[in-house]
Design a protein around this ligand. Structure first.
Ligand code: HBI
Ligand code: FE
Length: 293
C-alpha cells in the first residue's frame, strides 16, 4: 500500500527524473492550474522580448506571433495553439515535463508534434535556465512552426535523428539543429535577423548576437556546422547565417550520410574557431568570451 502511494506520487511530479506515466512522455499541460504568479512571470518575459524583437526577429517570427493566440497576459493554452498550427502546417504542441530522451523527442518531431515544457521558470531564473520551459518552447519555437520551411525542416530533423542515432553521428546532427533552429540567423533584405528560438527567447542574446563585435557571424555550411562544437552555458561564439528560410528545405532533400562520414573524418572545430574558406559577415573580436575565461 505504502509503495503504491509513493509510486503514483512520483509519476505525477513534473520534472521528476523517474519513469513517465505515458510512454511518449506527454503530460497534460494543466493550463487551468497555472497560478497568477506564473502568468505574471510569462508576462514579464513576454513584454521584455516583445520590446526587443522589432528589427531583430525575422519576418516569419513576427508574422507567426501575430497569427497565433500568444499574448502577454496568459501562458498560452496548447490546445488553442494546436488548432491554428494544425490548420496551417499540420503541427501540434504537446506538453512534456522538460527534457525528454532523444529518441522520444525525435519520434514526436517526426510526427509533427512539438514537445513543449509545461512549467515556467521561477522569478530568480528569468535570464537563464537549463531545461526548456514554456516560455522558451512557446515564445521561441512555436511562431516559427507556422513557416512551411521550418515546419518541414524540424520534421526532417526528427526523422534524421532516428537515423543518426543508428549511424553513431547524433552529435553531428544535433549541431545542425543547434546552429539553425536554436541559434540561427537569417539574411533579410533589411539585414541579419534572428530565427533561432534559443536567441528569440533570450533578452541578452537577442541583442548580443546581432549587435556585439565579439561573436563571429559566418555563412552557414552544413558540413562545417556538423564539425563545430557549441556552448550550452553561455552566448555562442559563432552564429551561422542562412540565405533565407527556404534554404532549410534544401537540407531536407540531401542525404546526410556522406556528410557525416566526411565530418567524422575531419577535425572537430572549437566554437569560436574560423576556417580560411569561411564566408564572414563579421570576424568576431572575441572580447566577450576572452573576458570570461
Ligand atoms: N527534449 N523537451 C525537449 N526539448 C529539446 O529541445 C530536446 C529534448 N530532448 C533531446 C534534445 N532536445 C536534444 O538533445 C536532441 O535534439 C539531440
Ligand atoms: Fe529549444
Amino acid at each position: 500500500m505504502q509503495a503504491e502511494v509513493t509510486a503514483s506520487k512520483h509519476g505525477l511530479a513534473a520534472g521528476d527524473a523517474g519513469r513517465p506515466e505515458r510512454a511518449d512522455w506527454t503530460i497534460d499541460q494543466g493550463w487551468e492550474a497555472y497560478s497568477e504568479a506564473e502568468h505574471a512571470t510569462w508576462k514579464t518575459l513576454f513584454e521584455r522580448q516583445t520590446r526587443l524583437l522589432p528589427g531583430r526577429a525575422c519576418d516569419a517570427f513576427v508574422q507567426g506571433m501575430k497569427d497565433l493566440p500568444i499574448g502577454a497576459d496568459r501562458i498560452p493554452d496548447f490546445r488553442r495553439l494546436s488548432e491554428v498550427l494544425m490548420q496551417r502546417t499540420g503541427w501540434q504542441v504537446v506538453a512534456v515535463p522538460g527534457l525528454v530522451p532523444d529518441d522520444v523527442f525525435f519520434e514526436h518531431l517526426a510526427n509533427r508534434r512539438f514537445p513543449s515544457g509545461n512549467f515556467i521558470r521561477k522569478p530568480h531564473e528569468l535570464d537563464y535556465l537549463e531545461e526548456p520551459d514554456v516560455f522558451h518552447d512557446v515564445f521561441g519555437h512555436v511562431p516559427m512552426l507556422l513557416n512551411p520551411a521550418i515546419a518541414d525542416f524540424i520534421q526532417a530533423y526528427g526523422e534524421g535523428g532516428l537515423r543518426a542515432q543508428a549511424l553513431g553521428c547524433l552529435p553531428q546532427l544535433a549541431r545542425v539543429y543547434w546552429y539553425t533552429i536554436e541559434f540561427g540567423l537569417v539574411e533579410q533584405a533589411d539585414g541579419l535577423r534572428v530565427y533561432g528560438a534559443g536567441i528569440a527567447s533570450s533578452s541578452a542574446e537577442s541583442v548580443f548576437c546581432l549587435d556585439s563585435t565579439s561573436p563571429n557571424r559566418v555563412r552557414f555550411d552544413l558540413e562545417r556546422v556538423m564539425r563545430t562544437r557549441y556552448r550550452i552555458d553561455d552566448f555562442q561564439e559563432s552564429y551561422f547565417v542562412i540565405r533565407d528560410l527556404d534554404e532549410l528545405l534544401d537540407f531536407t532533400r540531401v542525404d546526410f550520410a556522406p556528410l557525416y562520414q566526411r565530418a567524422l573524418g575531419a577535425r572537430e572545430l572549437q566554437p569560436g574557431e574560423l576556417l580560411a574558406d569561411d564566408l564572414l559577415y563579421q570576424r568576431g573580436d572575441g572580447a566577450y568570451h576572452r573576458g570570461r575565461r
